[in-house]
Design a protein around this ligand. Structure first.
Ligand code: MSP
Length: 513
């Protein structure tokens, strides 16, 4: 086993409790991580919290707490959310940890040594909510208030001594890099946005602040703290124990396979981060994928807009797996998506209860009644069976390559169609009418059970708990889920007892008034 996969989520600001947008990034990252782990990759999956900067300092001040104590509490709620979402993350990093500070200061020293950092004065617009600098063209005035056009967050004027990173110097190398690595920024539409931004010219970037103290000090000038984005982005390296490049984690997992982020923070990941890395002569991540937003009404969910959907409430009402399934299926990946309770209920009723749940229940009940509750031994496949069974074998490499291109929608459509076909197969073959042809009856049962196994393997990255519940029919446990066994049509152990399982998904009574 030597294939490796390193995936990261953004590290979240612990300025308020987590919302559906955060849950979305994490769930999608978990989907990829689990898919790769059942495809025999060694997976490193990193998430965490981004705890420095003025935004956090002010949030702490507002409730009269020391920033560290404030962060300890809210970071804990993000950690708990990772558990509640059943994430398979292998690490959770906090930027206030010593391991991270060490790496950030080291990276700073390299940049300084390479003459990519110099001291000067900054004056310009700053949004504390975005922790971002904006130039005149990027702001507008509404009702006498200056706001950033892209995020609609208020901006304030700052003027202070600051260290600068020579971003302008990296304009050309960045453009060359994008050209030579066409997959580096995804999806395509966002890549074009980034390229035109970079082509428009890059100004040197202010990378330190002097007027507040909640951050990592600049190594040789304690009056300055390091800009929160330079600090935060470095988490992807500090979690691998960089600069200890002989460390197993770093050797195995850097460069990262994919940084999964929301489109709002693409510029930081696709312009600043690669520029820092180029300047420090560190390999660049293979891909930055900027997904769309979960909208509430027509707007991005955010604390300041007061339109937040709480993932915990949805999970309490409908369960975790339906939410994971819904977010992965109903949001066309890469685009914005609306979350609607009505659509979520439809998904549970039609896809989960009727399609998947029903197939599992039907075939197990039939096996118990007609095959003595055992996986049939005497079977003989005919073309009708091969047609439905071989679909997996024939498509496995296609599925893998679609996933490598983040085509989640292909994946989910493939599953939904497979379930639909499997139910149709069972109906059309009418095993209940084959009681005088035991081998045929057995083969239909075997084939359907085999499809339940295959589809459950594919559903595992989306709904781990439900897929594992279904696989209890065959006593298959998590470690036995291997994608490369999916093309095996005789994987089930003939003659073994099957287990009856509880209803997987309860139908929702819909009020259609
Ligand atoms: N701390 C920075 C990220 C640093 S990464 C080195 C940050 N944090 S955040 O908490 O504001 O948001 C992080 C991410 O949460 C967004 O990039 C996005 O992935 C996700 N989402 C936040 N709101 C969202 C929606 N409404 N919809 C979908 N995802 C969004 O930015």
């Amino acid at each position: 086993m030597n294939k490796t996969f390193y995936i990261t989520t953004p590290i979240y600001y612990p300025s308020a409790k987590p919302h559906m947008g955060h849950a979305y990034s994490s769930i999608v990252a978990d989907f990829f991580a689990r898919f790769k782990s059942i495809d025999d990759y060694q997976v490193h999956f990193l998430t965490g919290t981004d705890e420095h900067g003025l935004k956090i300092q002010r949030s702490a001040e507002k409730v009269g707490q020391e920033p560290q104590i404030f962060c300890d509490q809210i970071s804990q709620t993000f950690r708990e959310l990772s558990d509640t979402l059943n994430l398979s993350n292998t690490d959770f990093i906090r930027t206030t940890e010593a391991r991270h500070k060490k790496t950030v200061q080291h990276l700073w020293s390299i940049l300084e040594k390479n003459d990519d950092i110099y001291l000067s004065n900054y004056s310009g617009w700053y949004s504390v909510s975005d922790e971002a600098f904006y130039n005149e063209e990027e702001i507008e005035e509404i009702d006498g208030k200056k706001i950033a056009i892209s995020s609609k967050s208020p901006v304030e004027w700052i003027e202070e001594e600051s260290y600068f990173f020579r971003l302008s110097k990296w304009q050309k190398p960045l453009l060359e890099y994008y050209k030579a690595n066409p997959d580096f920024i995804s999806p395509e539409s966002r890549k074009n946005e980034v390229i035109s931004f970079v082509k428009g010219g890059l100004k040197d970037l202010s990378v330190s602040r002097k007027s507040f103290s909640w951050g990592i000090p600049v190594p040789d000038n304690k009056n300055h703290i390091i800009y929160v984005w330079l600090d935060a982005l470095t988490n992807y390296l500090s979690a691998l124990n960089y600069p200890n490049i002989k460390d197993d984690l770093f050797r195995k997992y850097w460069p990262a396979t994919i940084h999964l982020i929301g489109k709002d923070i693409l510029r930081f990941h696709a312009v600043y981060w690669p520029a820092f890395l180029l300047a420090a002569k560190i390999d660049l991540p293979k891909k930055v994928y900027g997904h769309g937003w979960i909208l509430s009404g027509d707007e991005k969910m955010s604390k300041s807009k007061g339109n937040i959907l709480d993932p915990l409430e949805i999970i309490k009402e409908y369960g975790l797996d339906p939410l994971r399934y819904y977010l992965i299926k109903e949001v066309s990946f890469g685009n914005d998506g609306n979350i609607s309770q009505d659509r979520l209920e439809d998904c549970i009723n039609s896809d989960l209860a009727n399609n998947y749940g029903n197939l599992c229940q039907r075939v197990t009940a039939f096996t118990i009644k007609n095959c003595d509750g055992k996986i049939p031994s005497e079977i003989k496949f005919i073309d009708d069976d091969f047609r439905i069974l071989n679909k997996y074998k024939d498509n496995l490499d296609k599925i893998r390559s679609k996933i490598d291109n983040q085509n989640i929608n292909f994946y989910i459509d493939y599953i939904v169609n497979s379930l639909f076909e499997a139910n149709k197969y069972f109906n059309d073959q009418e095993p209940w009418k084959r009681k005088d042809d035991k081998i045929r009856l057995n083969t239909i049962v075997y084939t359907t059970l085999e499809i339940v196994r295959k589809v459950s393997f594919l559903l595992y990255p989306i709904m781990p708990e439900s897929a594992l519940k279904a696989l209890k029919i065959f006593d298959i446990n998590e470690n036995q889920i291997k994608l490369n066994t999916i093309d095996n049509n005789e994987y089930l152990v003939k003659g073994n007892d099957i287990n009856k399982i509880d209803i997987l998904f309860k139908k929702i009574e819909k009020n259609n008034d």
